[in-house]
Design a protein around this ligand. Sequence first.
Ligand code: SAH
Length: 344
Amino acid sequence: MKSEIIDRLHKENDLSDGELMALIENGEYDHELFQRADEVRREHYGTDVYLRGLIEFSNYCKNNCYYCGIRAENHRLERYRFGRDEILSCCRQGYELGFRTFVLQSGEDNYFSENVITEIVTAIKKEFTDCAVTLSIGEKSFDTYQTWFDAGADRYLLRHETANEDHYRKLHPENMSLENRKNCLWNLKKIGYQVGSGFLVGSPYQTTDNLIEDVRFLQELQPDMIGIGPFISHQNTPFKDFYNGDFSACLRLIAILRLMFPFALIPATTALGTINSEGRELGLQAGANIVMPNLSPVKYRKQYQLYDNKICTGEEAAECRMCLEKKVLSAGYAIVTTIGHVKR
Ligand code: SAH
């Protein structure tokens, strides 16, 4: 069966709000939607899956996002941060395993000032001249982003989380603002970073209209990377009693995003693998083309607990890498060890 709606999304990279709603809310088109998304990813990226080595270097955070397990007010969490040498040693291990992108992610930890991060970025870029550095450390000023870019940072990940003002207010305390988060994204683009944004699927109080707004915001922003994943509740947060996001809805959104943004780098996220044991494989088959194994030392992994039951917290980097390699192959794709820039 050939659906006109999928054809049009494919050809025009766009649909009306009503059509998007129909695609997101009902499973009727799934088979064709995923197949078409896969066709488009193969057209641009073949069977290549890019690797990103994730280094979760601090779980200190000054913020209090209601959904997040490492929020400041979670006093039951044992906090940790790596020093510069520990971060570099993660990179060395990753480099041996074929990683050519290092993603430095943390809570908003003021210990890692502009200078400290500048030194770390400079050291990584000096030692690994053929690698990209991605930062994912939250909302900073234009000048700070500029300084890190000048030090050699290539990419920045900052999910907008939700593009709707009212919904944003239900997920974050008063002292945070959607306006600032969006501004940060525009600043990052202006400076010249390859920018990644994205949103939570199935977060508390979310409506389909909110998801459509998320997609519309991404159309405006035109990011290079788009990371989405299901909301998963965490026992020590105000959202502990909410249901997790819907797995099928996540797959549909990955496929829709692939058709809207044919060249985007879209990860099959750890959260997707957490709510479904084949989540990452199915994510790849619905249009994703990135995997992000963890390079942090095992002893810290459980403490970077954004949500309950997070997977891959017990394996060494090499094990994680090999396990994912198998999963990717079983899904019909292959990990490549190139730097993996966006193609467009
Ligand atoms: N401090 C950085 C990194 C945040 S953690 C920043 O502000 O960008 C990375 C991502 O984890 C967040 O952007 C959020 O989308 C996701 N996340 C946080 N809590 C989550 C939860 N309970 N379920 C699923 N994803 C979550």
